[in-house]
Design a protein around this ligand. Structure first.
Ligand code: HDE
Length: 694
């Protein structure tokens, strides 16, 4: 039953226990049971006398509690924690010559979409900023049926064969004999499995990079990972890989920040997306495609059917063909975000699968998992899963059947009902008639055997700070591993990927004995040209748009500086959040009141991309005795953020151990220099001063 907004509040009646009853007024919906019986009292169970036991007869109580008891459904076995939004996909460049799919052919057409982002390993209640791969699953409600592009924010995957997926998931999830750690790969079973599975090493390099601690889901790439086929009207096939590129640029947090954000705001990513959409800042991505033929593929120095490999953009450039805009938050998170069921098997005519063995395995898994998660083969009837084009078939009955089928005939063919739904050889989905030959065997192609070359390519394509972070992440993760045998085996892999990488991690682990290199199945290549497209920093400085500046303001803070900051930030597309000693806000130098968005302890600087401190002398003195204020400034400095401060705030910077560098700006002449400096991103040069690098 929907609720309606009323201009007059419902009448109140005090109950016998002092509770307030709201009574439905004229024209207002009345509260009913699920069968429509109007409820007279929603606060008091039926009992034998005012102090007596409850009566089993109370069907109102029993129905309410019965429904509540079953509100939860099994969470996803992986990707349990998700956030989602509605939007549209608009094609800007037609692929009609290569595919009959209208969604990729009709320029200007807007296809509705629902996009769910997720972490992989953590349970539904885990924190958003776990170091983890992010899911990037897009459901296109096309005019020819639903197309689900179920991708990740990393273009490769851990494994080459679906057979290994349960092992990977078991290894990374919490250890079953103790139930921890949750949402973390930094534990023995994960690294034990990785050490024994060299095909995972390329993905591990990505996982240890800042890609897995994104600043926002609005600021990360997405990839379809596998090769798919486009099939045109003439029946010709072109291979395609799909890439989503965010308009806000690629941005991540640093690891210490991620750790602290998880405490300060475990819902950081969901809040960020929700707030951006609510305030009209609709996140947008470009859809790019890499198109290549069977002959092109034969010339690659890897097998494109192997999901642990990528095609560098330097080899097959991206062709941008459309844009994805997310402009509406889910109306109900359970109904939509939780119940959405993505299935890699959902394609539309004009698209087809490649023979990637991982993709083929996924096509079984996703349909299958929905049955245990959603409980019925009719899950496609749930509104978020239902196609928005006409659909009809002879599937009937089953748990929770929501449709009434009045037809006598529920089969084909039929003389009795010749007008019912029938197949269409012209418009229906047809598989690309790829020739198939071979013996039945459990064996992987020799073209899948090189596990180190692209891992090396990835590491060597990173900028210096990015390489430093990969080294630091490996040191962190392997330091959490208790078994020497696992750590030693991992070092053996790392030195084969890149000797410098392995030696640096060994130094950071305090590993003093000789490393025994792993023995690769085929010799890794050292002649691959670095691919700058794989580096987030090499892709350019992302704009300040969509980012947040935290301003710590005390009583007596300079009013003109606050005004200048708000104005300059707005002009740059950034939002300013005011942090004050109390949530009641402060009185500025000109006597005006400034409202606070956060109280100091509830608004640590990790929540912001750059920070400003606008304090009067007395305010600074008070902050010097407040550890959360000193930590606020210290963390901002350690997290390489640009810091703007009024002259009176300088003692706080000194107490926080801040040293002069190009990221420390005087706010006295105004906020222009501060905003300009903050627009260039983090101060990477500071990193060597705040953290040891190995
Ligand atoms: Fe998934 N994966 N996966 N996966 N995956 C699921 O399906 C699976 C893989 C991905 O927001 C499950 O509905 C197997 C690659 C995303 O609802 C399950 C294999 C990629 C999501 C499943 C893979 C992904 C899932 C769990 C190896 C990136 C979340 C719940 C063959 C291209 C979708 C569900 C959402 C979810 C199985 C590998 C991405 C169990 C067997 C590769 C984004 O079916």
């Amino acid at each position: 039953m929907s609720t309606t907004s009323r201009s007059t509040p419902p009448a109140l009646k005090s109950g016998t226990g002092g509770e307030q009853h709201q009574i439905a007024g004229p024209g207002q919906p009345m509260l009913t049971t699920n069968t429509g019986m109007v409820i007279s009292d929603d606060h008091n169970s039926l009992r034998a006398g005012p102090r007596g036991a409850l009566l089993l007869e109370d069907m109102v109580l029993r129905e309410k509690i019965f429904h509540f008891d079953h509100e939860r459904i099994p969470e996803r076995v992986v990707h349990a924690r998700g956030l989602a939004a509605h939007g549209f996909f608009e094609l800007t460049d037609s692929l009609a010559a290569l595919t009959t799919a209208q969604v990729l052919g009709d320029v200007g057409h807007r296809t509705p979409v629902f996009v769910r982002f997720s972490t992989v390993a953590g349970n539904r209640g885990s924190a958003d900023l776990a170091r983890d791969v992010r899911g990037f699953a897009v459901k296109f409600y096309t005019r020819e049926g639903n197309w689900d592009l179920v991708g990740n924010n990393i273009p490769v995957f851990f494994i080459q064969d679906a057979m290994k997926f349960p092992d990977l998931a078991h290894a990374v999830k919490e250890e079953p004999d103790r139930g921890f750690p949750q949402a973390a790969s930094a534990h023995d079973t994960f690294w034990d499995w990785i050490a024994m599975t060299p095909e995972a090493l390329h993905m591990v390099m990505w996982q240890m990079s800042d890609r897995t601690i994104p600043r926002s889901v609005r600021m990360m790439q997405g990839f379809g990972v596998h090769s798919f086929r486009l099939v045109n009207a003439a029946g010709q096939s072109t291979f395609v890989k799909f890439h989503w590129t965010p308009k806000l640029g690629l941005q991540s947090v640093v690891w210490d920040e991620a750790v602290k954000i998880n405490g300060a705001d475990p819902d950081y990513h969901r809040r960020d997306l929700y707030n951006a959409i609510e305030s009209g800042d609709f996140p947008e991505w470009e859809l790019g495609v890499q198109l290549f033929s069977e002959e092109d593929a034969a010339g690659f120095d890897f097998d494109h059917l192997d999901a642990t490999k990528l095609i560098p953009e330097e080899i097959v450039p991206l062709r941008v063909i459309g844009r994805l805009v997310l402009d509406r938050n889910p109306a109900n998170v359970f109904d939509e975000t939780e119940q959405v069921a993505f299935c890699t098997q959902n394609l539309v005519p004009g698209l087809d699968f490649s023979d990637d063995p991982l993709l083929q395995g996924r096509n079984f898994s996703y349909l299958d998992t929905q049955l245990s998660r959603l409980g019925s083969t009719n899950f496609n009837q749930i509104p978020i899963n239902a196609p928005k084009c006409p659909f009809a078939n002879m599937q009937r009955d089953g748990h929770m059947q929501m449709q009434v089928h009045p037809q006598r005939v529920s089969y084909t063919p039929s003389l009795l009902d010749p007008s019912g739904p029938r197949e269409s050889p012209t418009q229906g989905f047809r598989s690309f008639p790829a020739a198939v030959v071979g013996t039945k065997q459990r064996e992987r192609s020799a073209t899948f055997s090189d596990h180190y070359s692209q891992a090396r390519l990835f590491f060597e394509s990173q900028s210096v700070p990015e390489q430093d972070h990969i080294v630091a992440a490996l040191i962190f993760e392997l330091s959490k591993v208790e078994a020497d045998i696992v750590r030693d085996a991992m070092l053996g892999h790392l030195v084969v990927i890149d000797a410098d990488l392995g030696n640096r991690v060994a130094a950071g682990l305090g590993h003093t004995t000789a490393i025994t290199p792993a023995t690769p199945a085929v010799a890794p290549r050292s002649d691959l040209a670095p691919a700058p497209s794989l580096s987030m920093l090499a892709r350019g400085v992302p704009p300040l748009t969509g980012r947040q500046i935290g301003a710590l303001v005390t009583d007596g803070g300079d009013a003109a500086t606050v005004t200048a900051l708000l104005k300059a930030a707005r002009a740059a597309g950034a939002k300013v959040k005011i942090v004050c000693p109390t949530i009641g806000g402060v009185t500025l130098s000109d006597g005006t009141r400034l409202k606070a968005d956060h109280q100091l302890a509830g608004g640590p600087s990790v929540l912001f991309d750059a920070v400003a401190i606008i304090a009067a002398e007395a305010g600074t003195t008070a902050l010097l005795g407040t550890s959360s204020a000193v930590a606020w400034v210290h963390d901002a400095f350690a997290h390489l953020k640009v810091i703007g401060a009024t002259p009176a705030a300088m003692p706080l910077l000194a107490a926080a151990g801040v040293c002069e560098d190009e990221g420390i700006c005087d706010l006295d002449p105004g906020a222009g220099v501060f905003i300009e400096t903050a627009s260039a991103g983090r101060i990477w040069a500071r990193e060597a001063d705040v953290r040891p690098t190995y």
